[in-house]
Ligand binder design. Structure first.
Ligand SMILES: Nc1ncnc2c1ncn2[C@@H]1O[C@H](COP(=O)(O)OP(=O)(O)OP(=O)(O)O)[C@@H](O)[C@H]1O
Length: 570
């Protein structure tokens, strides 16, 4: 599709693209950038079509299979969607406008997906490649989760997306499956049989903030690829031998690479990673990837992945935005603070916010947390805490127990026994104390092991394997294990130190109760810290009850039960 933009807009686009895209949060450049785009209407008035897009025409929510009366991507004077109170409900495949109960100024632009095609009952309803369906069945995956049912058709239709859904709800397969349907050995066969269309370069780059999470994603892809094709995915995680990774890239010509920002950026800067023709860029745990630590590496990745080489970034016939739009960007996390929404708006092409059973144009998301039933803004002052709302599985039980610092480890031991927990993750804030806690637990007869970033890559993977295999009962760790780590058997998370904020609480807590399983979170704290627990409770919208452990039982404190008698918890 030809792109026509005015001279002023073009110079602004160049200006925008020249900015460091990683200025997020409340930093000035991105604020400028988003206000710039809203002034110029760049995101809304310019449409792009990727070369491999078989569906001609603009990519809108209509192309998801609905016939909306509302054009979600246009926003001009004649289309007042961005200014008026319009909400749209989808029932089956029909959309009907409904009156908003909000104030006049409130932007109510959302699509509530109630039924088909998102409520798929089987994977075969989701237009995935037959080979993938076969492999999923082999792995025992038959029913897609809610977020998978929603995300898969949306990604398949080439939309840039932010996927937000609570921890352990299956977000990894939600983005992997539509990607694997398009690239690599399981992809759909090209119907006209034109083999020249076959690509051999890297077609998808998946970025994760830790080696553990990166390797976990690699294993998930390898499982689906099977033993013969497993080299078609290559890990590029830090701590591993870089020259071996470079050799593997050359020799195996993987279709997909998964890695940590530092190592991907490093190999890319050395000219050994050719990702300009890449079709998919996934940022898993996007809010973490946007943190200060990863700033420079992420800048390089965003600038290079999926951007054609040889293109003049300043004055080519295609604008910077157009080239940038050639890749599809998928951003994923259980916690999506508004800084992510803002960044995604500037990187994506009419990006959508995908949650279980709802798809919302990102443009319509007002500052503040997004509730599952609407785009209503809940009033809280801190955008960090806003991102944590609805990030936790509803089945989780949360408690706190007050104790003295010198009794924390003993309280942990009594907690493990009282709940008869088999697979426990205990979080602390400082590496130095982990060893001491492990020592004390072992001395009290609980098999424990420490995991933190100061260990070698080999030690980290061996430790994790032992824990996953059930050889140790308690993993004592720090924030390293809070993001994305999937140990389905984990039935108890204990905070031996308070997390820094509600987002960190949410990710730590989310290591248990995965995919509908039971899970308990216990925060062991000192008396003066109780107000922090109460604050977390308010910010997350969850009850965190005071408890004690006596005679091998968890007893919920009386005051927490609205004057009901003391209660034992199973
Ligand atoms: N459709 C499915 N059927 C059965 N199991 C599934 C399905 N989808 C995912 N799983 C399993 O559920 C577990 C949790 O999935 P996953 O790690 O993708 O969750 P997540 O939403 O990414 O969590 P987090 O936010 O903590 O990273 C994994 O063990 C995964 O293999």
């Amino acid at each position: 599709m030809e792109l026509i933009i005015g001279k002023t807009q073009r110079s602004m686009v160049t200006l925008v693209s020249a900015r460091l895209f990683l200025y997020v949060g409340d930093s000035l450049p991105l604020r400028k950038l988003s206000s710039l785009s809203s002034i110029t209407g760049i995101h809304n008035s310019v449409r792009f079509q990727r070369s491999n897009d078989s569906n001609s025409g603009p990519l809108t929510l209509a192309s998801l299979g609905f016939k909306p009366k509302v054009e979600t991507t246009k926003r001009n004077k004649s289309n007042k969607l961005g200014q008026v109170n319009v909400a749209v409900e989808i029932s089956k495949t029909k959309i009907k406008p409904v009156k908003s109960s909000g104030s006049k100024n409130e932007v109510k632009k959302f699509l509530e997906i109630e039924a088909a095609p998102f409520a798929a009952k089987t994977f075969s309803e989701l237009d995935l490649s037959p080979l993938i369906i076969e492999r999923l069945e082999r792995e025992g995956f038959t029913v897609p989760t809610d977020v998978q049912s929603t995300a898969i058709p949306t990604i398949t239709k080439n939309h840039d997306v932010v996927i937000q859904s609570y921890t352990g709800s299956g977000k990894t397969l939600a983005y992997l499956l539509p990607i694997l349907s398009e690239v690599g050995p399981l992809k759909k066969k090209i119907s006209n049989g034109d083999e020249s269309e076959k690509k051999t370069g890297i077609e998808a780059v998946i970025v994760a903030p830790s080696r553990e999470l990166g390797m976990q994603i690699v294993r998930e892809v390898e499982k689906l690829f099977g033993p013969y094709d497993k080299k078609k995915v290559q890990q590029l995680v830090g701590g591993a031998n870089r020259s071996r990774q470079e050799e593997a890239l050359k020799k195996n010509k993987p279709a997909i690479v998964v890695g940590t920002p530092g190592r991907i950026a490093e190999i890319s800067a050395a000219g050994k990673l050719h990702t300009h023709g890449c079709r998919f860029l996934v940022l898993d745990e996007v809010d973490e990837l946007l943190s200060f630590n990863f700033r420079e590496d992420m800048h390089r990745i965003l600038e290079h992945v999926g951007r054609r080489s040889g293109a003049d970034t300043s004055s080519s016939s295609k604008s910077a935005l157009a080239r940038w739009a050639e890749r599809q960007i998928i951003m994923v996390s259980a916690t999506v603070p508004f800084s992510v929404i803002r960044a995604a708006r500037s990187w994506g092409r009419d990006p959508l916010l995908v949650r279980a059973k709802s798809v919302v144009p990102l443009e319509s998301v007002p500052p503040g947390p997004v509730s599952s039933s609407s785009t209503t803004c809940v009033s809280t002052s801190n955008s960090m805490t806003q991102g944590a709302i609805e990030s936790l599985p509803p089945v989780l039980k949360h408690y706190y127990c007050v104790t003295k610092p010198q009794h924390k480890v003993d309280t942990l031991r009594r907690c493990v026994h009282a709940l008869n927990a088999k697979c426990v993750i205990a979080f602390m804030n400082h590496n130095k104390q982990l060893k001491d806690v492990v020592f004390k637990l072992e001395a009290r007869g609980l098999k424990a092991v420490e995991l933190h970033g100061d260990l070698s890559k080999l030690a980290r993977s061996t430790t994790l394997k032992k824990f996953k295999d059930g050889e140790v009962r308690v993993l004592v760790t720090n924030e390293l294990s809070a993001r994305g780590l999937d140990v389905s058997e984990c039935d108890l998370v204990v905070n031996l130190d308070l997390p820094t904020d509600s987002i960190h609480y949410a990710h730590r807590a989310g290591r248990t109760g995965r995919l509908g399983r039971k899970g308990t979170v216990v925060t062991i704290c000192e008396e003066p810290e109780v107000f922090v627990v109460k604050k977390l409770q308010r910010q997350l919208g969850i009850p965190i009850c005071a408890c004690v452990f006596t005679e091998g039982k968890l007893i919920v404190s009386k005051e927490e039960q609205d004057h009901e008698p003391e209660q034992e918890v199973e």
